[in-house]
Design a protein around this ligand. Structure first.
Ligand code: ZN
Length: 425
């Protein structure tokens, strides 16, 4: 279904619309009871109490969500749309899981369109307004683009099968592919390069891809320091991943994956590194801080695949930008970013306010789009999740997260367009 058919209300062009609810949680400032947000041309004009917002714009259309709160939409900093939960290989230790995944890839390719559409829909219904998606050669980009979400599709490449197979040729190939992918896209959707991982992309290709994208001022996505097997492969050149990728000879560097990532120039402020779950000690956190790289935290995937707990509190204390990611449906339970965030809140002992920030504004900072989205502030895009909840306790933000985790969003608004609204919500 084309995005135009999905739009329930369009406050993106010309019209002024007030979105009102029992409360607004801007995230960048304190909650407003009886709050409202004025939207024009898809952007937030003002936020405040309903009476003030209404008083200033008496002719604007009002969209009222009673029994609900309005918060910034979820920013998913690491997801895959190509997998359908029912076809998954099941959870297992990482290299065993990856071996099973690879066996299923060819069959899975036949269902790619349907899987990606369903996945994007699930994310939208969970209040996601921006998604950083990774798929081989950007295969899921059309489905991200038609979902109505804003986002980036990171095109993964595998050097041995790309271009002429040399690092230079492989990187030329993926840069060219990404240029093509960027043609004719809706606003706020783009394609960028991903260096899939330290065990699938050789160091020369990885370094070259990182340099070229950095020179072009473009973001880069990587998986890094995810599993015990990746750690063993990079450090010693042995273990489950060395067995699967026996033709990849560059392991056994004697370095941790983060140190290795630094040496091959993968780590920079434009880079978003997913997982950072295994083998990330104080020295690695210092490298992450120094390089300015951002982290995408995917705690359920890590738990399901026998990876360790990412040292998120230590990274945050060090000033590393951390956002949340769901990963894909073959390694995790859902594409509901708020549900993922609630797991992180419980895992690290965060309060609800920290959780809500991680799911929204911190995710936007990790991606480098905090000037455009991630909080409800004048000038930013009108990207909201409307969640049915009447918080009554001491930690209102936690109650909001719990409701969004449990029931998803009553409505999802991207750039002023209502692209999902639950009947009766
Ligand atoms: Zn991933």
């Amino acid at each position: 279904m084309a995005i135009e058919e999905r739009i329930i209300l369009d406050a993106s062009a010309g019209k002024k619309t007030i979105f009102a609810a029992d409360a607004v949680f801007p995230v960048s400032s304190g909650a407003v009871r009886g709050g409202a947000v004025l939207v024009e041309d898809g952007r937030i004009v003002s936020v405040g109490e309903f009476s003030e917002v209404r008083g200033a714009e008496p002719d604007a259309e009002v969209r009222e969500y009673s029994g609900c709160v309005i918060l910034p939409g979820a920013v998913n900093t690491h997801a895959h749309l190509s997998f359908r939960r029912e076809d998954g290989p099941g959870y297992a230790p990482f290299s065993e899981w990856l071996g099973n995944l690879i066996e299923r890839l060819e069959e899975n390719e036949k269902r790619l369109a349907e899987n990606a559409r369903d996945g994007a829909r699930e994310a939208v219904e969970a209040g996601t307004t921006f998604m950083a998606e990774s798929s081989p050669y950007g295969g899921c980009l059309p489905y991200l683009a038609e979902s109505g979400m804003a986002g980036t599709c990171f095109a993964e490449f595998f050097p041995h099968e790309s271009g002429d197979g040399t690092p230079e040729g492989a990187v030329e190939f993926i840069m060219g592919r990404v240029r093509e992918l960027n043609e004719g896209l809706p606003p706020r959707v783009d394609a960028r390069v991903s260096v899939h991982s330290p065990y699938t992309v050789d160091p020369e290709s990885a370094r070259l891809a990182a340099r070229r994208t950095r020179e072009a001022g473009e973001r880069l996505a990587i998986h890094l320091s995810e599993s015990p097997e990746e750690y063993e492969f990079i450090m010693k050149g042995t273990g489950g991943l060395a067995d699967i990728f026996s033709s990849n000879p560059w392991g056994g560097t004697g370095k941790t994956p983060v140190k290795y990532g630094e040496e091959i120039e993968l780590l920079a402020p434009q880079t978003i590194a997913a997982h950072l779950a295994t083998g990330v000690g104080d020295k690695e956190v210092e490298i992450l801080r120094r390089s300015g790289v951002a982290a995408a935290h995917c705690p359920r995937s890590n738990e399901n695949l026998g990876c360790d707990v990412s040292p998120v509190p230590a990274m945050m204390r060090a000033g590393v930008r951390v956002g949340m990611g769901t990963d894909g449906l073959w390694s995790s339970q859902s594409l509901n970013l708020f549900e993922e965030t609630l797991v992180a809140v419980n895992l690290h002992g965060f309060d609800g306010e920290t959780g809500l920030r991680l799911a929204t504004l911190e995710g936007a900072r990790a991606i480098g789009i905090e000037g455009e989205t991630g909080s409800i502030e004048a000038g930013k895009w009108a990207d909201f999740a409307v969640v049915e909840v009447s918080p009554s306790g001491l930690d209102a933000e936690r109650e909001v997260l719990e409701a969004a985790a449990e029931n998803g969003a009553a409505a999802t608004v991207v750039g002023g367009r209502v692209i999902h609204e639950r009947v009766g919500g």
